[in-house]
Design a protein around this ligand. Structure first.
Ligand code: AP5
Length: 186
């Protein structure tokens, strides 16, 4: 978890590779569907371009199908899911059904100024449709309103590993790996 630009996608890929499990990024799956112009992509794009969350019903079904795939049997790392209380409940149900359990919830933190700098830089290099100034603001607002409160839900379960997302990518990865070790011990 973490606000837009905190480095969730970057770190999810690296950490998942370390553990030999897939990184499942809801944002990436939506973008791949947008690129292929699938029904899901057409539906998701309306929300993504405005910086809004895709409805829970659509997102939950997509994650449920993805974690059912063969490569996720041994485990998986979720990037950008859950983002709402309804998604937290749904995830609990999904993993109870598949026999998995949640080991840890990594929360990446970063100063707002750095987040804006990173996303503006990416807008310049990649031109992602939702990296415009007003949409970035809306994404940040929505994160604070709907997703940040979920951290406490997981904190109460003793699963949260809060990591400073500032610094070199490798430094942040090292902090995550160290933090995960502490969650495991506790
Ligand atoms: P998503 O793609 O997940 O977007 P986001 O949460 O806004 O996050 P970002 O991808 O912008 O940032 P990030 O934290 O992953 O950082 P990243 O590693 O990319 O979701 C997009 C949309 O899909 C949502 O707005 C919503 O519409 C929909 N959606 C997705 N999940 C959903 C859900 N569960 N429910 C409903 N709707 C959902 O890094 C950002 C930039 O910084 C990159 O350019 C990167 O190279 C750079 N960077 C990373 N680390 C560092 C570092 N240490 N130093 C310098 N630069 C760095």
């Amino acid at each position: 978890m973490g606000p837009p630009g905190a480095g969730k996608g970057t770190q999810a890929q690296i950490v998942a590779d370390r553990f030999g499990i897939p990184a499942i990024s809801t944002g990436d799956i939506f973008r791949a569907n947008v690129a292929k112009n699938t029904e899901l992509g057409i539906e998701a794009k309306r929300y993504m371009d405005a910086g809004e969350y895709v409805p829970d019903s659509v997102t939950n079904l997509m994650v449920r199908n993805r974690i059912d795939e063969e490569d996720a049997v041994k485990g998986f790392l979720l990037d950008g899911y859950p983002r709402t209380l309804a998604q937290v409940d749904e995830l609990d149900g999904m993993i109870a059904y598949t026999g998995h359990r949640l080991d840890a919830v990594v929360v990446l933190t970063a100063e707002p100024a750095e987040l804006v700098r990173r996303l503006a830089d990416r807008a310049h290099k990649e031109g992602r449709a939702d990296d415009t100034e007003d949409v970035i603001l809306r994404r940040q607002e929505l994160y604070l309103e709907q997703t940040a409160p979920l951290i406490d839900v997981y904190r109460k379960r003793g699963l949260v590993c809060e990591v400073d997302g500032l610094g070199e990518v490798e430094e942040v990865t090292a902090r995550i790996i160290e933090g995960l070790g502490k969650v495991e011990e506790s």
